[in-house]
Design a protein around this ligand. Structure first.
Ligand code: APR
Ligand code: ZN
Length: 362
């Protein structure tokens, strides 16, 4: 393998990312090298480009990916050369307080939204890798606990989607909100994450799944994912939802945009005693305003769902099995297959609210 490989590098917030030749790091003890075969364009990548979140730069973008293990370091036991794997941007240490408390998605040793230096260099200067991975690249070096083995029958493109958008959306429904059969659900924001929420809510037996987006063009995708209703977002949204839920509001609302305004819309769309689950990752300076009386008297629950409140080591193989047995269909989520150099155009499309997932295939 050559010492250089291509990756998509962002020099600073607001800049246009471009493909650069990176120098690959050595694989240290406990690490593996993965040849990336597919990587999805997730809104969290766009949030790093447009400055909604600001990790360190220069930065190799990308975190929703799958590939093949091509090299393993000393003492690696979890993976072998040739394994098909999904990358996990929140690998659990299994020893911190949160992991021992059964909340590996909150692992305190994981990088979270921060970015790491892991030995990758560009023109002899260190570069950071997004969410500890930097997966818009021909290869990734990661600790062995950041790879999860999946069956070789699972297509790389589908495997990539499992690693972030699908796990996040399905986990929010199953683990965080625990949607039950017969409940009504509103989903605001129909990208890869929101559409995964729609599909999981239907699979959980929700009677009504009301899909909401600013873009009318999302209607067909919402229906393909299993939505029973589609509503274009407007100032009259809560009234519209009430009309469709016996005047009460929905049992659940999922916010899959990452903005204060849509968190408020989700709040207002639920019934008294309902549950609002925030799945979108917003910015630090976008404040949600709710009155103290409203919080008390509406008796609603507001909580967030980080990485689907899931243990990816357990749930990714289950989701893979669901895809292989036909219980879960994800093909409608992939609306664009692109090259690394085309990712900036995919960000532009995402900013305009077009399509579901663009997937880089390598
Ligand atoms: N009301 C309703 N829908 C909206 C609004 C709004 N005010 N603003 C944007 N949207 C829609 C967009 O039209 C788009 O369809 O939200 C959707 C967001 O989809 P993507 O950009 O594809 O984002 P996705 O990758 O699904 O991530 C959603 O979850 O993990 C987080 O960081 C991620 O915050 C992001 C969110
Ligand atoms: Zn993501």
């Amino acid at each position: 393998m050559t010492a250089y490989y291509n990756g998509l590098v962002l020099q600073s917030a607001g800049a246009r990312p471009s493909v650069a030749e990176l120098r690959r790091p050595e694989v240290g003890p406990g690490q593996v090298r993965v040849a990336v075969r597919a990587a999805g364009v997730c809104h969290s990548d766009l949030s790093m480009v447009n400055g909604t979140i600001r990790p360190s730069y220069p930065l190799v973008l990308g975190h929703e990916a799958a590939g093949e293990v091509v090299e393993v370091g000393a003492n690696v036991t979890r993976a072998a050369v040739g394994d098909r794997v999904v990358l996990n941007w929140q690998p659990a240490c299994r020893t911190c307080w949160f992991c021992e408390n059964g909340e590996p998605w909150l692992c305190s040793t994981s990088s979270g939204v921060a970015s790491l230096e892991n030995g990758v260099t560009l023109d002899d200067e260190p570069v950071h890798v997004a969410l500890g991975l930097g997966a818009f690249a021909e290869q990734v070096v990661a600790p062995e606990n950041a790879v999860i083995k999946v069956p070789s029958a699972l297509e790389f493109e589908v495997a990539a989607l499992l690693s972030c958008g699908v796990l996040t959306g399905a986990g929010a429904v199953r683990n965080t909100a625990r949607v039950r059969s017969g409940e009504s659900v509103v989903v605001i924001g129909l990208g890869g994450v929101g559409l995964s929420v729609v599909a999981a809510a239907r699979a959980a037996g929700a009677s009504d799944v009301i899909a909401v987006d600013v873009s009318e063009a999302k209607k067909g995708l919402a229906e393909a994912a299993g939505a029973t209703d589609f509503v274009v977002s407007s100032d009259a949204l809560s009234k519209e939802i009430r009309t469709r839920t016996s005047g009460r509001g929905a049992d659940h609302a999922f916010e899959c945009v990452g903005r204060a305004a849509t968190i408020r819309a989700a709040w207002r769309a639920t019934r008294r005693g309902g549950q609002v689950t925030v799945v979108g990752m917003g910015s630090n300076d976008d404040l949600v305003q709710l009155s103290a009386l409203d919080i008390f008297s509406s008796a609603r629950t507001l909580r967030s769902s980080v990485y689907g409140s899931a243990d990816p080591d357990l749930e990714i193989p289950r989701l893979a099995e669901d895809v292989l047995t036909g219980r879960l269909s994800l093909n409608h989520l992939i609306t664009n297959r692109i090259t690394l150099a085309e990712v900036p155009d995919a960000f532009d499309q995402m900013s305009r609210g077009e399509g579901a997932r663009s997937v880089v295939t390598i």
